[in-house]
Ligand binder design. Structure first.
Ligand SMILES: [Zn+2]
Length: 229
């Protein structure tokens, strides 16, 4: 009986240690990205191997330490603004940094198969996709409508909160990132599962296209019952 008790304690301690380790991996990834952003803001880029040796090295397999979900905007290149090199970050880039089944599948691949311990949702100031949704009059042309539809709830929340056009845009950009987080947790089974296991951390931040700095934003608490499972 005593042995069983000891075994139980050992298993429990091991489980907590594993969780702490996994959480620590996500924290370490976040720190790496934020340190890279600091170097970028200061114009103090790290020396990176972009040559043949590195290509051969990553050619053997990739192990990106973070997944970055960001906008297609030409002013928001994640490898540059986080000062990272080949094989470092797994990037999902689409106008308005929104996620539908194709983006979610890419993220699931990065998290589950490449074991990236961090998802960074990166929105940015003056986002054209969010601005277009805010200013939209009538139905948008072609496939852009699918993007506008996805951003619309964030714009509705911003309009409800009110303020100047600029303030509403800023609110909508942040609300949109929160909605992306909700999509990750409710429209994927794999992602909330990995989060609950402590193997995956999700954070969000806003990139300022003029200063170059990334400011972290708080994500809403996701009630267990609302998560996909
Ligand atoms: Zn944008």
């Amino acid at each position: 009986m005593k042995q069983v008790k000891v075994l139980f304690v050992v298993v429990l301690v091991a489980a907590f240690a594993a969780m702490a380790f996994a959480g620590a991996a996500g924290d370490a990834s976040l720190q790496k990205l934020l340190e890279g952003n600091k170097r970028y803001v200061e114009g103090n880029f790290a020396t990176k191997d972009l040559g043949e040796t590195k290509r051969k090295d990553v050619g053997k397999g990739q192990k990106p330490f973070a997944i970055v979900v960001t906008c297609s905007d030409s002013r928001v290149p994640p490898e540059i603004l986080f000062d990272q090199g080949l094989g470092d970050i797994f990037v999902i880039r689409v106008a308005g940094n929104i996620v539908d089944p194709i983006e979610l599948g890419s993220i699931e691949y990065g998290a589950e198969h490449l074991n990236s311990p961090l998802i960074f949702i990166l929105g940015h100031t003056k986002c054209g996709a969010v601005k277009a949704t805010l200013e939209a009059k009538g139905a948008p042309e072609g496939n852009i409508g699918a993007i506008v539809k996805k951003i619309q709830p964030a714009v509705n929340a911003a309009k409800k909160k009110g303020g100047t056009q600029e303030e509403m845009l800023e609110t909508a950009i942040r609300e949109n990132m929160k909605n992306v987080y909700k999509d990750l947790m409710t429209k994927s089974k794999v992602i909330p599962h990995l989060v609950k296991e402590g193997k995956l951390k999700i954070v969000a931040g806003e990139y300022n296209i003029e200063t170059g700095a990334v400011a972290m934003i708080d994500l809403p608490k996701m009630p267990e019952g609302k998560m996909a499972h």
